[in-house]
Write a protein that binds this ligand. Structure first.
Ligand code: FUC
Length: 843
């Protein structure tokens, strides 16, 4: 070995060692063998999955507004409202089969599907196999790097997606002058035209399908349709690949751009679509996508790569750096991620993997959900398929909301806004839906939506199962997001001008949707418990009945929130009174013969007692009707329900269960499920290929990949560390024993509080509370704290006067959150806006 190769060898060792030590790097020793090993980068709008292959690199690309279809048909199945009285009649004579048949008639069309843009392919010819291979995703800088050695040259590829400059930047370098020879080609799953601009730019133009069937619909001869004779549907896109700079020679034809004898090359990629809003024909009324792309390139091209990178990192870190989280203890940080997950699944200790997973959820939200764009969909931003699983759309019976559970608490409130904005669009189509399908006022969304704000019950006019298609509760669940954003930020203007009118109109729908049963209780009919099936006394398997627990819980929630919001705003006293009256007449929560919280109207058996949906526990999480601090008897019943449901389940189901157990203050059980969520799956040649868990790239496996499980996992960890939904701030309410020592900084709580917490050997040692809105900050902790001299802590007494912590009327409440308990300290801290308070404990 010459001195030189020895030095290069040492250099690689150092690079690897340093990268391996970096707790923010997700790294590997080999390229991705499939999509679930590729690494996601994105700026909310433009996304890429980087495979990191040496000789034939594949970078799969997305643009967040590229969907099939066009504006919804507001009345796709006219006249079906006439079935509603018949359905109710059948339900009240307990003829569930007849009710289900009629309910199925009340269906509209399926949603459209999120579309891929295409692939960038980089070809480099080498003799022999590359060595010294390394690739990573650094979530501290939102950059992915691939390095390898071939023909005695070290090549590096760096890729990041800039939000300030709206371009994907790809920088290719060789460590020996003139040894970079590469061809960049493109392909798209859609029909496109390719042209060359100048000698260094590819222009790819095409159209998304006018319609794409969901992947589970298989009865149409043409499931994907391109072209719309009306000139409305079929979104146009314009995608460019341009060599920004290189010291080599460049030539291009439609087969690709060739860069030769270079040492460095910087490629800029960007794209735009003609999407012009949920209610505009993307073709005829579309935006000028060419002009948009030209604008992005014009702005980015004069900037140096260092300037683009600097602005990208600053932009990304203004979100990412708001929160830090670390757990003490030995970890497997020096291993590549696939190896690390494997060791973890075998029982290895890796607290840094757990904190990284939490931060990875934040990374994904920052990368897939930016104001102005559509919300993160079922796969966030990343999808290679024209007919992706479940259309990669918004499933509102759990998945779309789960994506945004962490947003407020992980200090990314501003990235919640894409969902909040789209709720407004869904409400617009939703008003037509309630009128046309039910002759009702207000709005709602059924279990599926898309970029067009679809809200009708899907099912293709009678072909879908009512167990999922006819669930009319999306408006209630989404309204919780509208209100939580207010509770965390205290933004009254937003509440008054935007959120409250939408929440009020959602509640209005439910005032029409509820009917009285024979005993005068208010019930929903028809009613389902997402996607579950019950077994009647006669042994029949049915899904449509009356007043499921989830329905009642969701209506309790939206009514409670509208009551609170209207009193905060000092408006609508009559409506408030109506909602209060109706709330007190809602069909009650029931405890079943097994001590569980009942899912159904009657104490029926489930067809599948371990069904992945645990919809009736909505009241525990993300709802707040049940809590160990206010309704202990019902919290015990919820626990029993979870025990019966079991710990199994798909990715998102396990994530939800982490949140449930955290809300039951059982950190060890939540932690057990977190470990299971992180179970490596989908690896070729291992035993981990069964069931849900985590892919080598840290994406959550339903399977297939759904991003909800990632976000639900981050939210679950958040709920283990801090809760603020039931009358006070509960610090470390579900800390597992193994997280004995740690620190989290920058978490948010309702009422505009931001918290830092450090703990050692299970005891809080330092808490910093930053108050944005002032008011009484009531803290529940499990060891004594005292002010640091300037700060006065008082033992909490009476009702918390902070209005953000006012508990709704709750007929199941038997105790108050401030009730003294063994091993618990509850303090009041008077806060002023803009001030920080430091509390110390532990001695
Ligand atoms: C619901 C779930 C499925 C899947 C789909 C996207 O229908 O029941 O498991 O997550 O949404």
């Amino acid at each position: 070995m010459t001195h030189k190769t020895a030095w290069i060898g040492l250099f690689w060792l150092v690079v690897h060692a340093v990268a391996g030590q970096n707790p923010s790097a997700i790294w590997y020793r080999q390229p991705a063998r499939n999509w679930n090993e590729a690494l996601p980068v994105g700026n909310g709008r433009l996304g890429a999955m980087v495979f990191g292959r040496a000789g034939d690199e594949l970078i799969q690309l997305n643009e967040s507004s590229l969907w099939s279809g066009g504006p919804v048909n507001p009345n796709p199945n006219p006249g079906v409202a006439k079935y509603l009285p018949e359905i109710r009649e059948a339900l009240f004579r307990e003829d569930y089969a007849a009710a289900a048949k009629l309910t199925q008639k009340m269906q509209g069309l399926y949603t459209e599907a999120y579309q891929p843009l295409g692939d960038l392919l980089l070809k480099q010819d080498f003799s022999g196999l590359p060595t010294d291979y390394y690739r990573d995703l650094n979530i501290k800088t939102a950059t992915s790097t691939t390095r390898f050695k071939a023909n005695g040259v070290s090549y590096t590829r760096e890729i990041f997606v800039s939000a300030p400059d709206q371009v994907i930047v790809l920088r290719l370098t060789a460590d020996k002058k003139g040894t970079l020879n590469v061809t960049a080609a493109t392909r798209s799953p859609h029909p496109v035209t390719k042209t060359v601009a100048g000698r260094d730019e590819l222009v790819i133009r095409g159209k998304a399908p006018a319609h794409a069937d969901p992947n589970y619909v298989n009865y149409n001869p043409k499931p994907v349709i391109y072209g719309d004779s009306a000139g409305c549907k079929g979104m146009r896109f314009d995608w460019r690949v341009k060599v920004r700079s290189t010291d080599g020679s460049v030539s291009a034809d439609t087969a690709g751009i060739r860069i030769q004898t270079a040492t460095e090359a910087v490629l800029l990629l960007t794209a735009a679509t003609s999407f012009n809003g949920f209610d505009k024909c993307p073709d005829r009324e579309g935006r000028d996508e060419k002009q948009l792309v030209d604008g992005y390139l014009k702005k980015a091209l004069p900037k140096s790569i260092d300037a683009i990178r600097k602005d990208h990192i600053a932009d990304y870190q203004r979100f990412f750096n708001r929160v830090s989280f670390s757990l003490a203890n030995a970890s497997l940080v020096t291993l590549p991620m696939d190896e690390r997950l494997k060791r973890y699944a075998e029982g290895g200790t890796d607290p840094e993997l757990e904190s990284l997973y939490y931060q990875f959820g934040r990374y994904l939200l920052i990368s897939s959900s930016r104001p102005g764009g559509p919300p993160a969909n079922l796969q966030g931003l990343w999808n290679p398929m024209v007919r992706p699983p479940w259309s990669s759309n918004y499933t509102t019976n759990i998945n779309a909301e789960m994506n945004y559970w962490p947003a407020e608490m992980v200090n990314l409130s501003d990235l919640h806004t894409p969902l909040l904005t789209w709720i407004g669009y869904m409400a617009k189509t939703g008003r037509e839906t309630t009128k046309n399908f039910y002759n009702a006022r207000g709005w709602t969304v059924h279990h599926n939506s898309d970029i067009w704000g679809a809200s009708n019950p899907v099912g293709d006019k009678g072909k879908g199962s009512p167990s999922w298609a006819n669930w009319a509760m999306g408006g209630a669940w989404l309204s919780q997001h509208l209100y939580d954003h207010y509770l965390f930020t205290g933004d009254k203007k937003y509440l008054q001008d935007y959120a409250y009118p939408l929440m009020k109109d959602a509640a209005l729908f439910y005032t029409d949707w509820l009917v009285e049963d024979k005993q005068g209780r208010l019930v929903t009919a028809p009613s389902t418990s997402p996607e579950n099936v019950f077994v009647t006394e006669q042994g029949a398997k049915q899904s449509v009945s009356v007043a499921t627990t989830m329905d009642m819980g969701l209506i309790w929630d939206v009514f409670s929130n509208v009551i609170h919001a209207s009193s905060q705003l000092g408006i609508d006293p009559d409506f408030r009174k109506e909602l209060s009256d109706k709330k007190s007449k809602l069909f009650p929560l029931q405890i079943g013969k097994n001590g569980n919280l009942q899912e159904w109207y009657k104490d029926w058996q489930d067809e599948d007692p371990q069904h992945r949906h645990v919809s009736h526990l909505y009241v525990l999480h993300p709802g707040r009707e049940i809590s160990p601090l206010t309704t202990p008897k019902f919290a015990d019943a919820a626990r029993k329900t979870l025990e019966i449901r079991g710990d199994g389940g798909t990715g998102w189901s396990k994530s939800w269960k982490i949140n449930f157990w955290a809300r039951l203050h059982d950190g060890n059980h939540a932690y057990k499920l977190l470990r299971e969520l992180l179970k490596l799956t989908g690896m070729e040649g291992t035993d981990y290929a069964k069931g849900g868990g985590t892919y080598p790239n840290l994406f959550c496996a339903h399977p297939p990949f759904q991003i909800d499980g990632n976000f639900g996992g981050t939210s679950g960890i958040g709920e283990m560390l801090l809760q603020s939904h039931d009358g006070l701030l509960n610090l470390l309410p579900a800390r597992p024993d193994v997280w004995a020592t740690g620190e989290v900084k920058g978490m948010k709580a309702r009422g505009g509080y931001e918290l830092d917490m450090s703990w050692k050997d299970g005891k809080l040692t330092r808490v910093a509370v930053r108050s944005a809105l002032g008011g009484n900050c009531r803290l529940r902790v499990t060891n004594a704290l005292k002010g640091d001299g300037k700060t006065a802590l008082k033992t909490a007494k009476g009702v918390n006067l902070n209005t953000f912590y006012k508990l709704p009327e709750n007929r199941y409440q038997t105790t108050t959150p401030e009730t003294p308990a063994n091993g618990v300290w509850i303090y009041d801290l008077a806060t002023e806006p803009g001030k920080e308070y430091v509390l110390v404990g532990g001695n």
